[in-house]
Structure formats: structure tokens, C-alpha cells
Write a protein that binds this ligand. Structure first.
Ligand code: GLY
Ligand code: MN
Ligand code: MN
Length: 444
């Protein structure tokens, strides 16, 4: 399976430490284990920032980066080996593994952190830490700082400044390396196969969860541990609920199904939406709306390149969608005026995309100094225009009501434009109908 190589984690730690002020320490906790019910745990997912710097997959761990420390700059606290616990719950790296497998310079049992970490903080003037994202750990950190403060009369020097670590780290995470793009391409290819499989399986009489099962099968077969977010399989009017999650309604001839789903590989997300007819053939109204959304999706790519700003792609989709709605008589008036009045919003109420990476709605600022961010190579984002016509929208003729269409792709900015990572799954009307017709012939 495509994965981030170990050497890249070391490069990231060095890049972060190079940006830290002298005499500092950075501290990051692993994600906590979350209980699902009673003693059943949710599937463990490492915290993205922690993963970005360590690649260490276990809970109950803390990374400390201490530039210039004589006995090693990268200290990892983690669980000790424990044959009894490992028999029940699986293997642990332990301190030897932390050093040999994960490149730590020094490793200590997590149970000893109260005794050791205050000593590592003491004498450092700045602590780089993401305050507020893990309240329990915030509290622990304050206790360690107070331990140092209580010894001030003995000459201990508590830190005088806290610096937002997340801001530095999230700017680094916004620029994807060649290795990261490789992993994201792999995730996108598996997700593309999953969407194709769902299209091929679609039949009236099935339920939305049958298609979700097809997605899950292809995700797991590709090596993904889990979807990057809860899959949306929304048939008929459910497609107009943006974050529909029930996935339990019947598929009916005459309806379209909107599937928004992507797998996660090595903690990198993919995020694809396709909308297709349950029966394999779009109706005239569905086709008309679909084509506008597709035109908006295709237009957006022309506005994603180095030097263009973040919002240009969104603005392009707004223009195509507004003009299209006017053409069909769903909006009336001058396109420019309708755009200025945001008349498209009852039909297109979300933005054309978001940063994509270790988190599906990835980190990174969209504006810098009050201005939309200018795109640079390595930035990854989604392109996902949509039109949703509410069932109770009495402003439009009945035949349009309840149609919801979104088409979403993942792209990375390249030196001279952008690369579409999710091109493996069809989106032209004729291509989708041909693919679905072929799957029906095979069965017949
Ligand atoms: N799947 C969530 C989104 O498209 O933003
Ligand atoms: Mn998205
Ligand atoms: Mn999506």
C-alpha cells in the first residue's frame, strides 16, 4: 500500500523545528481513545497533527520536540510493552520501537511523563502548543507548568510564552509533498472504483445502504481502514439534504442517487461526489440540472492554478450555475444582478470546495491579511458545485422539485494548472448511462 515514507516524518520535524524561536519546546498529544458505548471503543484514528510529525499510530503518546537538546531533539512518550495487554489488545511499539521504528531520539514510558516532561520544559522560554483542542491535555500541561512555577524559588525557570503550534503546522500541512500527493492519488483511485461499483450495483428495490455496502467493500479491498467521513448515499429528495446520513431509504426508478464518499489511506482523505439515476437513465429535467452542475465543475478547474486566488473557482461555479438556472427559467433576471443579489443561494448554498488532506475539511487559512489566498503548487482542494431544488420550493414548476445534484472532484495545484485526482470515475451523462447499461447487460 502507498504510504508516507519514514524519512518524510523526520523532514517535517526538522522543518517545524527550523521555524521555532530559539530556546523552545513543542508538545503534542496523541488522539484519545473514544468510547462508543460501555466498553466498546470507536475505531482509533490518530490526531492529524500528531500523525503528521510522528507517523506513530498508538494512543496514550506525547511528542516533545526540543531543538538543540543535547540528548536528542525528538522525545516520544508512549505505552510500555506489556505481554498481558498485548495478548488482548494488540502489539505496542514500546520505547525500543519508538526509537528503532519511529525515529525518536529518546523514548520514555507514558506513565513517567509527570516526572520527566516538566524537566524538559523547565528553562525553555517558549512552549509551542495547540491550546483548546484537547481540554484534558490542556489541564495536564498547566499542571506541569505549575510544578515548575512552584519551584521558581529554587531557581526553576518556567516558560514565559505560549505560541500557537497549530498555526505553524497547519501552514506546513497545506502544501502537499510529492509523497503526500502519491498517497492522496491512491486514496482517490480506490474511491473512484468504489463509486463505479455503486453505480453498477444500483437497482430500484434496493436501499441506500446496499450502495453504501458496495462502497465499503471497495474501500476495504483497497486497503483503507475506514472512510474519511461518514458516507452519504442519498436517493430522491434526500439528495437535497447536504449532510444526509441515514442511508436507509429505498431506491426508486425515476430518482437520482447522490453519493458523497471517499476512503482514507494512511490518514489522507479523498472526497468524491457523483449523482446518477437509480434506473441508469436520467430524466429530461435531471439531465438539464446535471449538465449545469457538470459545466460548473469543469469550469472551476480552469480557475485553479498558481497565481489565481482561492475564491476564483467558487466565483466561476456561481456564474455557470446562475446562468444555467436562468436558461431553464428557474431564475429570472440579469445574470450579473442575480449574482450580486445572491439569488442562486436557495439552489446553491455551499461553497465550491475546501482544502483537502489529512482532514477531509483540511487545515490552512483561506485568507491571508484579509485577502483570498493565492494558490501555489501542492495545495489540494475539492471542486464540488451543486444544485438542490427543495421539494417545497413553490417558486419553481413541480417537475423540478426534489432534484439534488452535486459533482465533486479532488485536485492538486501543479506548476502550470491543476491535476484532477478523481478522474477515474465517470461524470459525463453519456458515460454514466453507458456504464450503467453495460452492468445491466452483464446481469441479464
Ligand atoms: N464530504 C464532505 C464534503 O464534501 O465537504
Ligand atoms: Mn467536499
Ligand atoms: Mn464530499
Amino acid at each position: 500500500m502507498t504510504r508516507i515514507p519514514k524519512s518524510e516524518f523526520a523532514r517535517r520535524r526538522k522543518a517545524l523545528m527550523d521555524q521555532m524561536e530559539p530556546n523552545s519546546i513543542a508538545i503534542l498529544p496523541a488522539a484519545p481513545v473514544h468510547l462508543r458505548n460501555r466498553d466498546v471503543e470507536h475505531v482509533y484514528r490518530q490526531d492529524s497533527d500528531f500523525q503528521y510529525l510522528s507517523g506513530f499510530p498508538e494512543p496514550e503518546a506525547v511528542v516533545a520536540l526540543i531543538p538543540g537538546r543535547e540528548h536528542g531533539e525528538y522525545v516520544l512518550f508512549c505505552r510500555e510493552r506489556d505481554p498481558e495487554r498485548e495478548l488482548w489488545d494488540g502489539l505496542r511499539a514500546g520505547q525500543d520501537g519508538a526509537i528503532k521504528e519511529y525515529g525518536a531520539d529518546d523514548a520514555f514510558p507514558i506513565g513517567d511523563i509527570d516526572d520527566i516532561l516538566p524537566g524538559l520544559i523547565e528553562g525553555r522560554s517558549r512552549v509551542y502548543y495547540a491550546i483548546g483542542s484537547n481540554p484534558e491535555f490542556d489541564h495536564q500541561l498547566m499542571e506541569w507548568i505549575n510544578t515548575i512555577r512552584s519551584k521558581a524559588r529554587l531557581g526553576a525557570q518556567p516558560p514565559s510564552e505560549f505560541v500557537a503550534l497549530d498555526h505553524l503546522l497547519h501552514d506546513m500541512r497545506l502544501y502537499k509533498s510529492a509523497n503526500e500527493v502519491k498517497v492522496m492519488r491512491a486514496a482517490a483511485e480506490i474511491s473512484a472504483r468504489a463509486h463505479i461499483r455503486a453505480m453498477q450495483a444500483s437497482r430500484s428495490g434496493l436501499f441506500e445502504y446496499h450502495l453504501e455496502a458496495e462502497l465499503d467493500y471497495e474501500f476495504r479491498k483497497g486497503g483503507a481502514k475506514m472512510p474519511a467521513y461518514g458516507s452519504i448515499v442519498a436517493a430522491g429528495r434526500n439528495a437535497c439534504i447536504l449532510h444526509y446520513r441515514e442511508n436507509d431509504a429505498p431506491l426508486r426508478d425515476g430518482d437520482v442517487v447522490l453519493i458523497d464518499a471517499g476512503c482514507e489511506i494512511d490518514c489522507y482523505a479523498s472526497d468524491i461526489t457523483r449523482t446518477f439515476p437509480v434506473s441508469g437513465r436520467f430524466s429530461a429535467e435531471q439531465k438539464a440540472i446535471y449538465q449545469i452542475v457538470l459545466d460548473a465543475n469543469l469550469e472551476a478547474f480552469k480557475h485553479i492554478a498558481p497565481g489565481k486566488h482561492w475564491n476564483e473557482a467558487h466565483e466561476a461555479t456561481v456564474r455557470v450555475i446562475t446562468a444555467g438556472l436562468v436558461r431553464l427559467g428557474l431564475l429570472e433576471g440579469e445574470v450579473d444582478e442575480l449574482i450580486a443579489a445572491e439569488a442562486y443561494k436557495p439552489f446553491y448554498m455551499h461553497r465550491a470546495g475546501h482544502w483537502l488532506g489529512m482532514d477531509v475539511h483540511d487545515v490552512g487559512d483561506y485568507k491571508v491579511g484579509g485577502e483570498w489566498r493565492v494558490l501555489e503548487p501542492g495545495m489540494c482542494m475539492t471542486v464540488e458545485p451543486g444544485i438542490y431544488i427543495a421539494v417545497d420550493n413553490e417558486q419553481v414548476a413541480k417537475k423540478w422539485r426534489g432534484i439534488g445534484i452535486r459533482i465533486e472532484d479532488d485536485v492538486v495545484v501543479t506548476r502550470d494548472g491543476c491535476e484532477i485526482l478523481t478522474g477515474g470515475v465517470p461524470k459525463e451523462i453519456a458515460e454514466i448511462e453507458a456504464l450503467m447499461a453495460a452492468s445491466r447487460e452483464q446481469v441479464a
